[in-house]
Design a binder for this molecule. Structure first.
Ligand code: SF4
Length: 79
């Protein structure tokens, strides 16, 4: 499975929640000022998280990256 690193730039996030709507298993609104990342067990991982993802989830994360109006999400995929 590809290893994915997802990062949120808290200074850019405006809590538009597009990402939460697309992939609520990874993005969560738990802070007053920015979105945060959660793992498969719902544990908060902060604004940077590396994990193994199936291809379908990688596609969802790419969709979330593209949907963010302020480009606050970035991701790297290592196969
Ligand atoms: S889509 Fe972008 S601005 Fe909206 S909550 Fe997600 S990271 Fe923040």
């Amino acid at each position: 499975m590809p290893k994915v690193t997802v990062k949120i730039d808290p200074s850019e996030c405006i809590l538009a929640a597009n990402c939460v709507g697309i992939e609520p298993k990874l993005f969560q609104i738990g802070q007053p000022s920015h979105v945060e990342l959660i793992d498969a067990n719902g544990m908060v991982q902060g604004t940077e998280y590396t994990f193994e993802a199936v291809d379908a989830q990688v596609e969802l994360i790419e969709e979330a990256v593209d949907s963010c109006p302020t480009r606050a999400i970035s991701m790297e995929v290592a196969v």
